[in-house]
Design a protein around this ligand. Structure first.
Ligand code: ATP
Length: 375
């Protein structure tokens, strides 16, 4: 296996005197968190448009998660930021410095992949140390930095092992260690947890969050898993067919999805014809979205939308049960307490503030603000 190391080379300790012909390294290589900006970035591969005019900024020290379905351009965007892909048009800058013409090794960026791509013949120590050797960092400095990173990632007792002697989670920690040892200004992560089983994934997700908080590194993280995106992101950018559909704090994207596409992708929704909601939603609404957790069965609470349907399926989710209702041919999912008595029919209610109206072309339309709760 040949690891992809092209983004893990720095020249911070190089003593050669080629600086007159080589552009100086990006300021980001000082190891301080950098602000990454993409301006009007487009990438075309023959007839395929992978990115289509992306404008996106990740402020220093933030975790920006790129979320979107397969093929929407997430990896291409990361590769453009890393310098591994040349955009057809547009620019990438780090800390206001245009790095579009700098090679990957001069951008102060490290990248972690889904495939950890560790060297099978090298020990954990050797794998983490490798990028420092490539950069000709002196031995004592290498030892110190490998020691620091392995302590941080709780790998100290595994340093002499080979990758084959590690669990998946440990291997991924080594991959992350190899990226962190360079003290990058920007860390790019492309679905780094997707090879792990569900339990380990959740554990690593929490560890990554803690680590990032501790180190304050600018992190751009690609995933197609919405729960991973919601739990990791300081800000979330939803991509669709090479464009940014919505960018915002995860709570904001969840509470006020800008489009039907985002509503489906983040948190999931059921969509009913707007006629079910009557005058509660604007005339421009074609459909109204409802989240399973906002549907209530039984009495009590505001009921601005009430629908009845026949139960076609139920799924137990721990304390709750997800009930699939057929409402005039449309499936609506309601999350109810598992103890709620279920028969063949069910009537559910939704409060006005929990309705998400969308136009025929999928854009969110604002609710009237008479209740002081703009939606
Ligand atoms: P996934 O989640 O499946 O990894 P993604 O969102 O990362 O997908 P990209 O890998 O960025 O998507 O691909 C975006 C589009 O560009 C896709 O249609 C893909 O087929 C196409 N594409 C990517 N790389 C190339 C390439 N080297 N040559 C031709 N087309 C490419």
């Amino acid at each position: 296996m040949t690891p992809v190391m092209s983004t893990t080379m720095t020249t911070t300790t190089t003593t050669t005197t080629t600086t007159t012909t080589t552009p100086p390294p990006a300021a980001a290589e000082t190891g301080q968190a950098g602000t990454v900006s993409c301006a009007d970035l487009s990438v075309r591969f023959g007839g395929t448009t992978a990115l289509d005019g992306v404008d996106l900024t990740c402020p220093a020290g933030e975790v920006l998660v790129l979320l979107g379905p397969s093929g929407c351009g997430k990896t291409t965007l990361l590769r453009c930021i890393a310098g591994l892909e040349t955009p057809t048009t547009g620019r990438v800058s780090i800390d206001d410095r245009d790095v579009s013409d700098l090679g990957p090794e001069r951008r102060g960026i490290s990248m972690v992949y889904q495939d950890y791509a560790l060297y099978p013949q090298k020990t954990v120590y050797g794998n983490i140390e490798f990028p420092l050797r490539m950069s000709r960092v002196p031995k004592a400095e290498r030892q110190r930095r490998v020691h620091d990173v392995s302590t941080l990632l709780r790998l100290e007792s595994l340093l002499e092992r080979k990758p084959a002697q590690l669990s998946g989670g440990q291997q991924q920690r080594v991959g992350i260690g190899r990226a962190l040892v360079r003290n990058p200004a920007v860390l790019l992560m492309d679905e780094p947890l997707s090879n792990l089983d569900a339990e380990l994934r959740a554990q690593m997700r929490a560890e990554l969050r803690t680590l990032q908080r501790e180190l304050g590194m600018t992190t751009i993280y690609v995933t197609h898993d919405q729960s991973e995106a919601l739990s990791l992101a300081d800000r979330l950018a939803v991509l669709r067919a090479g464009r940014v559909e919505q960018v915002g704090h995860p709570e904001e994207v969840y509470r006020r999805p800008a489009s039907r596409f985002v509503a489906s992708l983040v948190g999931g929704m059921s969509f009913l014809p707007a006629s079910h909601a009557g005058p509660t939603v604007p005339d421009t609404a074609e459909v109204v979205g409802v989240r399973s957790e906002d549907l209530r069965a039984g009495e009590g609470g505001p009921a601005d939308l009430t629908v009845s349907g026949s139960i076609v399926l139920t799924e137990l989710i721990g304390r709750d049960r997800l009930v699939h209702l057929d409402v005039d041919g449309v499936t609506v999912r309601a999350r109810l307490h598992a103890d709620y008595p279920i028969s063949s029919q069910l009537t559910v209610h939704v409060a006005r503030a929990d309705l998400h109206p969308f136009t025929a072309d999928g854009h969110r339309c604002p609710l009237p603000t008479s209740e002081g709760n703009p939606s």
